[in-house]
Design a protein around this ligand. Structure first.
Ligand SMILES: [Zn+2]
Ligand SMILES: [Zn+2]
Ligand SMILES: [Zn+2]
Length: 458
């Protein structure tokens, strides 16, 4: 069910299964939005320039939670592979629901991360890159690119470096590999200009004595009958070959003669030699490089390791891993309190918006059930409530008729999922009980930095 909403501010949002994806055709459309409230973006332009700006704006956003949000490409448009690698794939708007699972998976992983506490720029880039790999569960595999100075563009991390800083990029990836945060799989070797690190090189053979590239290759001819060996030009006579030593005609290669090697002569200094030198001219800065002067670098794909995952959830760099409930149902109240406490601290730092909600109802009929039945009912209602929540929301139950919900990154104006719970739970109970219409009571509380745990559980 595609729901393309054109809002008053002219932004175009697709709301699907509770996720809001913003269609973006120009960077300015992002600047006017509260990016933390969106669940992802869809590039909606065939302008490579605009697409590049949008990709860079999102992925290098200082808020890591924004930088890692799902970013798709509208399948109507063709974008170059250098841009595709920074995105989460191509979507067809007509079947948008089939991509929501991917949005949900990425969102859940992004929300499990805490904001990095690193300040050193190179380390921060390392950290973000590892987080990108983690949230996508993805190997970072480079693509060849004529636009890149080194001939390769890497997913995500390339966006943090200017073209002339590509060697720094490789060094930073290498450091992360040395610390075992990323694993490395070799794909290619590249050779870079000694003065500008460029990869656009023109290789030519040259005279080893004077470096001139004006050299000529001649086949050597070996005449079997008389054992004479000389350059082929010495055998040339009219249209054929004739031995200058014994004057016989050479007819069949392999029978009369063969060509055992090649000899070079330099047209500048007349030097003759068997092994020419090699020079590579940098097409960017015109530096002539000898082979041994070129900078050789390894290119390969990178994947997050277990040590990398640990780094993300380390207190000193990232933060503690918040245990989000993977399954349907609810988590126990003690763990829930810990998470709420953490959320209060997080709000204190991030000034974000989160909501705590309490869902209650009264039923004289259900009150009569034995405790085992009440427990089973609690589980069942928990599942109903959970089905209307976002993956990042956390649910806990006090009893069969009293539930707590934590809605992280949610404003008080974004509570339609609570309205759905109100309506559907009330209907469910009313349909199944002979009592009068069931009233659900939902109280909400915006989490404030001055709160403490007693604010919610007196
Ligand atoms: Zn150069
Ligand atoms: Zn001969
Ligand atoms: Zn020479």
């Amino acid at each position: 069910m595609l729901n393309l909403v054109r809002h008053n501010d002219n932004s175009r949002k697709i709301i699907q299964d509770g996720y809001a994806l913003l269609l973006v055709s120009h960077k300015s459309e992002l600047q006017s939005q509260q990016l933390t409230e969106l669940d992802g973006f869809i590039l909606d332009t065939d302008s490579h320039v605009h697409a590049k700006e949008i990709i860079s704006y999102v992925r290098t956003h200082t808020n890591l939670k924004v930088a890692l949000k799902p970013l798709f490409i509208n399948g109507t448009y063709q974008l170059p592979k250098e841009q595709q690698i920074h995105c989460d794939g191509i979507v067809e708007l007509s079947t948008i629901s089939s991509y929501i699972q991917r949005v949900a998976t990425i969102t859940k992983r992004v929300q499990s991360l805490n904001d990095p506490k690193l300040v050193a720029n190179q380390l921060l880039i390392q950290y973000k890159t590892i987080a990108y790999s983690f949230t996508r569960n993805l190997q970072l595999k480079p693509v060849t690119s004529r636009e890149s100075l080194i001939g390769y563009e890497f997913p995500f991390i390339s966006l943090f470096y200017k073209n002339n800083e590509a060697v720094e990029l490789l060094k930073n990836l290498q450091k992360a590999t040395e610390k075992n945060y990323l694993s490395f799989k070799l794909l290619d070797y590249i050779h870079l200009c000694k003065s500008c690190s460029g990869n656009y090189l023109n290789f030519r053979e040259c005279c080893p004595k004077c470096d001139s590239i004006d050299i000529e290759a001649h086949d050597m001819v070996h005449h079997f009958v008389c054992a004479h060996v000389a350059p082929e030009k010495d055998f040339k006579k009219n249209d054929g070959l004739e031995c200058p030593k014994c004057d016989k005609n050479l007819r069949h290669i392999g029978i009369d003669y063969d060509k055992p090697s090649t000899i070079y002569s330099c047209n500048s200094c007349s030097h003759e030699f068997q092994n020419p030198g090699m020079l590579s001219l940098c097409m960017d800065c015109s530096t002539e490089n000898k082979l041994e002067e070129l900078l050789q670098k390894s290119i390969g794909s990178y994947a997050i390791t277990q040590a990398g995952e640990q780094l993300l959830f380390d207190r000193n760099t990232g933060g503690e891993r918040v245990v989000y409930n993977e399954g349907i149902g609810n988590i126990n109240k003690e763990l829930f309190k810990i998470i709420v406490n953490q959320e209060i601290k997080r709000i204190k730092e991030s000034k974000g918006n989160s909501v705590f909600a309490n869902v209650k109802f009264q039923s004289n009929q259900l009150q009569l059930l034995n405790s085992r039945s009440k427990n089973a009912l609690m589980k069942e209602i928990g599942e109903v409530i959970k089905s209307y929540l976002k993956d990042s929301d956390i649910l806990s139950a006090e009893s069969y008729n009293n539930y707590y919900v934590l809605l992280p990154e949610t404003k008080e104006t974004q509570l339609n999922r609570l309205e759905l719970i109100d309506y559907n739970l009330s209907k469910l109970l009313s349909d199944n009980l002979t009592e009068e219409k069931q009233e659900i009571e939902i109280t909400i509380h915006k989490i404030a930095e001055s709160d403490n745990i007693q604010t919610y559980f007196s």
